[in-house]
Design a protein around this ligand. Structure first.
Ligand code: BTN
Length: 255
């Protein structure tokens, strides 16, 4: 998308990478760099996080062996287009993981909006955080954790890791693929202008299309049939009386 003097396009050359051994949280580190004036396109990875952050204020266990990566974007899109970014990130991560999984393994799919599943078990987490800097710039951090060698011990949902799915890779190798696929997908997404094209890719890797689902919203649960997503990435839930609910945020559970 481009307005006066505003271009959101990014290509591979706009990205750079700093690999750390240990850090509190790669997301927090990216935000700190943004506050200190860092430009868009900075990837920070860490071998271990001592304070890994998950969604809803949960901790993300971050021992050595898994991938912990965050990408800083500055002014990535108009605010009206940011809602589709989590789905674009899931597409990029899907493409990266697909490159290193054995071809005859269990299905690699994305559960709305952005959980990567293998054989319906979660193998990654994505946490996108943002803040407006004092100079008015919008800093957005895309945090990605992938269970490469290990999975959490006491999960409340089915989990797996890439090693268990037949991929014996180092986190660095997966990251090298992610670096490329993220640049490719963000270029297609183009500050939101290319959202319909990215959503077409999302649909091609979607988990549970047409199935009965429950969506937990903040204040209630809805059940129905997962009818798909619209061109902005909103979930379309067909209820029993034939209405279609359009959902922007929630947790999806399959029947
Ligand atoms: C989730 O709860 O599903 C999201 C987890 C996101 C974890 C990643 S690991 C790299 C980045 N740094 C963090 O502190 N969190 C994200």
């Amino acid at each position: 998308m481009s307005g006066l003097n505003t271009s959101y396009r990014m290509s591979l050359g706009d990205f750079r990478h700093e690999a750390l051994d240990e850090v509190g949280s790669t997301n927090e580190e990216c935000l700190a760099r943004a506050r200190a004036g860092a430009a868009s396109g900075l990837w920070i990875t860490a071998a271990r996080q001592s304070g890994g952050r998950g969604r809803r204020g949960r901790a993300w266990v971050s021992e050595r062996g898994n991938l912990y990566a965050s990408l800083l974007l500055i002014n990535p899109a108009p605010m009206s287009a940011i809602g589709s970014l989590p789905l674009a990130v899931a597409v990029a991560l899907h493409h990266a993981v697909a490159r290193i999984l054995p071809p005859d393994g269990r299905a690699l799919e994305v559960k709305w909006p952005n959980d990567l599943l293998i054989g319906r078990k979660k193998v990654s987490g994505i946490l996108i955080e943002g803040e407006f800097l004092p100079d008015g710039r919008h800093a957005v951090v895309i945090g990605i954790g992938v269970n490469v060698r290990f999975k959490p011990d006491n999960p409340t949902y089915p989990v797996s890791c890439l090693a268990e799915e037949g991929a014996s890779v180092f986190p660095e190798e997966l990251f090298a693929h992610l670096y490329e696929t993220m640049a490719d997908v963000l270029n297609l997404w183009d500050g939101g202008e290319g959202t319909p094209q990215v959503m077409e890719r999302w649909r091609s890797v979607a988990c549970g299309l047409g199935e009965a689902i429950t969506v937990n919203l903040t204040d209630r649960s809805l059940t129905g049939r997962f009818a798909g997503i619209d061109d902005q990435g909103l979930l379309l839930l067909e209820t029993q009386d034939g209405r279609v609910e359009v959902i922007s945020a929630g947790d999806v559970f399959f029947a």
